[in-house]
Design a binder for this molecule. Structure first.
Ligand code: PEP
Ligand code: MN
Length: 288
C-alpha cells in the first residue's frame, strides 16, 4: 500500500493493511468472512412471526445463504413505525439457527441490550443510524462477538474507519465493514450506492467488506444488479432482505426480494461469484 493512504488515514492505523496483516478472516460458526468464499447473509428486514422467519430461513439456506439476517430491535425512520419484537424476535432467530444451521446476524441499538443480543446472535449488527455511537460500539466490541458495522448514511469512508478503529482498540479484531448507500443530492433511489467505497476499503483495509444492495437502492428490482456490482468491486459478501410476501412486510417491503426473486438472483450471481474466485486465485498466484 502506498504511503499516501497511510498518511491520509493515519488516525485509523489499526484498520489499515500492514505488511504483517493483509486480511482479517472473521470466524462465525464454521464460516470464514473475509476468506476465499463469498458469504451471503439474507433474511427479512424485521423478524415478524415464527412462520415468516422459519420459512425465510429454510428458503435462503436452500438457495445459498450461509447467514440469516433479521431485525429484532429496529431503528426506524418514523417513531410510529414497527419497532421490532425485541427478545421474542431474538428467540425466533435462535430457533431458526437451530433448525437450519444458519448463523444469525441481528442489530443491537443500545449498549443496555448488548449482552442480551450477544446471547442469541452470532454477529452483532451496528446499524447506519448508530455508526457514530462509540459507547455502543465499545460495548459491542467488549461482548467478544463479531461486529457488522454499517456505514452511516451521512458518513464518509474515514468516519466508518474511525468507528471500526473504536471496535479494534477495544479488543475486538472481528469487524466486518458494510457499504449500504449514503445520502447525496441524488434522490432517484433510497440512497446512493458507493461501490468505490468497497473498492477503496478492500484496497487499504484488512477488514472484510460486504455490500448491502437492499438498503443502498430501496427497490427490489435493482437489488441483483447492485449485488453483482458489489462482487465486482471486491466485496467479501453481501446482506440482502428477503420476504415471502414483500408487499405485506412490516418494514422495508419495497426493497425485499420475494422467494422467487432471491432464488433467481442467486442463480444469476453464480457465474460472477465463480469469476471472483478465479480472479482472486490468479491474484494470489501472481503475487506468489
Ligand atoms: C437493516 O439492516 O434493516 C437496517 C436498518 O439497515 P441500516 O442500518 O443500513 O439502515
Ligand atoms: Mn431494512
Amino acid at each position: 500500500m502506498r504511503a499516501i493512504w497511510q498518511q491520509r488515514f493515519a488516525e485509523t492505523s489499526d484498520v489499515l493493511k500492514s505488511s504483517q496483516h493483509q486480511q482479517t478472516v472473521v470466524p462465525v460458526l464454521d464460516l470464514e468472512i473475509g476468506g476465499s468464499d463469498f458469504i451471503t447473509m439474507a433474511g427479512p428486514c424485521s423478524v415478524e412471526t415464527e412462520q415468516q422467519l422459519l420459512s425465510i430461513a429454510h428458503h435462503v439456506r436452500k438457495h445459498g445463504a450461509q447467514i440469516l439476517r433479521g431485525g429484532a430491535f429496529k431503528p426506524r425512520s418514523s417513531p410510529y413505525a414497527f419497532q421490532g419484537l425485541g427478545l421474542a424476535g431474538l428467540k425466533l432467530l435462535a430457533k431458526a439457527r437451530s433448525e437450519t444451521g444458519l448463523a444469525v446476524v441481528t442489530e443491537v441499538m443500545s449498549e443496555d441490550d448488548v449482552s442480551l443480543v450477544a446471547e442469541y446472535a452470532d454477529i452483532l449488527q451496528i446499524g447506519s443510524r448508530s455508526m457514530e455511537n462509540f459507547t455502543l460500539i465499545e460495548a459491542a466490541a467488549k461482548s467478544g462477538r463479531p461486529i457488522l458495522l454499517k456505514r452511516g448514511m451521512m458518513a464518509t469512508v474515514e468516519d466508518l474507519m474511525r468507528s471500526a478503529q473504536v471496535a479494534l482498540i477495544n479488543g475486538n479484531p472481528n469487524v466486518i465493514l458494510c457499504e449500504r448507500g449514503i445520502r447525496t443530492f441524488d434522490n432517484a433511489l433510497r440512497n446512493t450506492y458507493d461501490p468505490a467505497a468497497i473498492a477503496l476499503l478492500k484496497h487499504i483495509s484488512h477488514l472484510p467488506v460486504i455490500a448491502d444492495p437492499s438498503h443502498a437502492c430501496g427497490h427490489r428490482e435493482l437489488v441483483p444488479d447492485l449485488a453483482r456490482i458489489g462482487i465486482a468491486a471486491g466485496a467479501d459478501g453481501m446482506i440482502v432482505e428477503v420476504h415471502p410476501q414483500p408487499e405485506k412486510a412490516w418494514s422495508d417491503g419495497e426493497q425485499s426480494l420475494s422467494f422467487d426473486e432471491f432464488e433467481s438472483m442467486m442463480t444469476a450471481l453464480d457465474p460472477w461469484i465463480a469469476l471472483r474466485e478465479a480472479a482472486n486465485r490468479t491474484l494470489v498466484e501472481t503475487a506468489g
